[in-house]
Design a binder for this molecule. Sequence first.
Ligand code: TYD
Ligand code: MG
Length: 454
Amino acid sequence: MAKSRTFQCADCAASFSKWSGQCDGCGAWNTLSEVKPLSSGPASKTLGGRRGNPVALSGLDTRETPPPRTRSGLGELDRVLGGGLVPASAVLVGGDPGIGKSTLLLQAAAAFARAGLPTVYVSGEEASAQVRMRAQRLGLSDAPVRLAAETNLRDILTTLEAERPALAIIDSIQTMWSDNVESAPGSVSQVRAAAHELTRFAKERGVSVVLVGHVTKDGQIAGPRVVEHMVDTVLYFEGERGHQFRILRAVKNRFGPADEIGVFEMTGMGLAEVLNPSALFLSERGTPSAGSVVFAGIEGTRPVLVELQALVAPSPHAQPRRAVVGWDGSRLAMILAVLEARCGIPFTGLDVYLNVAGGLKISEPAADLAVAAALLSAREDAALPAETVVFGEISLSGALRPAPQTENRLKEAQKLGFTAAIAPAGGKTGAGNGMVLTRPGDLTGFVGEVFGAG
Ligand code: TYD
Ligand code: MG
């Protein structure tokens, strides 16, 4: 009987039974490679007539105590983990090369070690001397972290087995190779096998494991998506290269809320925690100008104010440009279409650029109204009144929907010295606390109230 084969995309981890040049899942080219099964031992043959052992079943009403957590003392990291590190958990930290993953995890290793967790840091990318030099520069040399530079998975597991730390950091999963698997380090099969072994080790031996994964654009090495489903927690470390802000974002967390963010600043002395992100994201804001709008957003469990910048200019191209950084391009197209169809404000023949200041990526629909405000302000060359924040969702009909947590957004705005807010009617504002509220019923009303009718 012909054996069934599996091919997997290194970018999006979609599986196919046949090889092809282009991935049907994400459209990337030359990213499919064959995946060898992880084990072909007796376990996979148990259905061939042999009986399994009965598994104990239990009710839903057994009282479970929440897992004990260890806090590193790096508040932003602890927050994103859901309140600290859970024992025997597997965490993936993904991000672009050079964004600061190794710096973050060396600092985390030192912090957890100082907090009393026996910690091992395995670097597959840098020599021990390099890691030690970095530790020295960051003032972490005295932290009781055990260090190794190694890529052989079998040797690493043997070492961890003997050492039995509470936390093992593997930097990075793409440099690990298992001699059980024939393909090269960094391939889908290797990355999957290494992650599988390490997460199994975490569960069986009660050791928390943090895997570092590089996000790859070209598909030459397998991206972290391949292991996302195996781990308990997936964190992405994001930021713009030219900016010093870095955001650690939980996209999956079995032990805490997803979508939580931690904000850091890359300094000459490593990553510093940013305790008031709103102040930081607004720090580069000059005097109010056309196209600039402050959006009162919610990231995870806390409100964050951020500046949106729009530029609208006559286009020299037959096909005007639409460029967006930090927000969703198709959502921008939708806002432009609604402004044209419902308010009669066309953007034909105009280039439109939208930027979220500070390198933050926003995915909240509540940013719609702030984006519309920035676009209109840029188009009309009219600045919004100073010290005003904007938020609210726009529907295709041009109706406005109140954003969740209206009250929290207003509180944060007030804390940072804003005195006015534009938000759809309907949301619970609480006391209002002296903020001047403009509450349009729909997008046409908003255009009329804020920019004068027309
Ligand atoms: P690194 O942690 O090596 O990135 P990754 O592991 O994600 O590839 O960080 C690399 C960048 O960070 C490098 O360009 C230098 C910068 N950096 C600082 O600005 N300050 C510091 O204290 C450190 C250690 C690094
Ligand atoms: Mg690194």
